[in-house]
Design a binder for this molecule. Structure first.
Ligand code: DQA
Length: 142
């Protein structure tokens, strides 16, 4: 099963950005964990991160051709990007929405996700482990 993990805006600075909120792993360490979990689950995973909304949309379009499952953490775009929502809407494979922090228990504006209804599963506030849960869900529902 081929899975794409797409991390969005400001996820490149996790580790030094509010570690008490997002945890202490940097993006490379986070991606290493994701690859380890993917191996355990026998998933073929690619991880990408960008701060460019257009690039994120392009990567969604590319993944339409090959991905059997999608894990997305669009960062702040989650709360307002209809462009990313429109791109995600094209997927016919399961989407899992992940957030390191508990967006429902922070500022009011963070509790709104414009993609939540497109997600087969949401994992919120579990830190890096959330990605493991997302991958395990996709592996199980293959
Ligand atoms: C985030 C939560 C968002 O509100 C925030 O803008 C992020 C990261 C998370 O993983 O907790 O950049 O998606």
């Amino acid at each position: 099963m081929r899975v794409t993990v797409l991390n969005g805006v400001n996820l490149d600075v996790v580790g030094r950005r509010n570690p008490e909120v997002y945890g202490g792993l940097n993006i490379r360490e986070l991606e290493s964990r994701i690859f380890e979990w993917a191996m355990e689950l026998e998933l073929n995973v690619t991880c990408r991160q960008t701060n460019s909304e257009g690039e994120y949309v392009d990567w969604c379009h590319e993944a339409l051709d090959w991905a059997d499952g999608v894990v997305v953490n669009p960062g702040a775009w989650t709360h307002y990007s209809y462009a990313i929502r429109d791109a995600l809407e094209l997927f016919e494979v399961p989407i899992v929405e992940v957030h390191l922090s508990n967006i429902d228990q922070r500022e009011d504006w963070r509790s709104k996700s414009v993609i939540s209804d497109l997600a087969a599963k949401r994992v919120i506030g579990k830190g890096p482990e959330g990605y493991r849960e997302a991958l395990a869900y996709l592996a199980k529902n293959e």
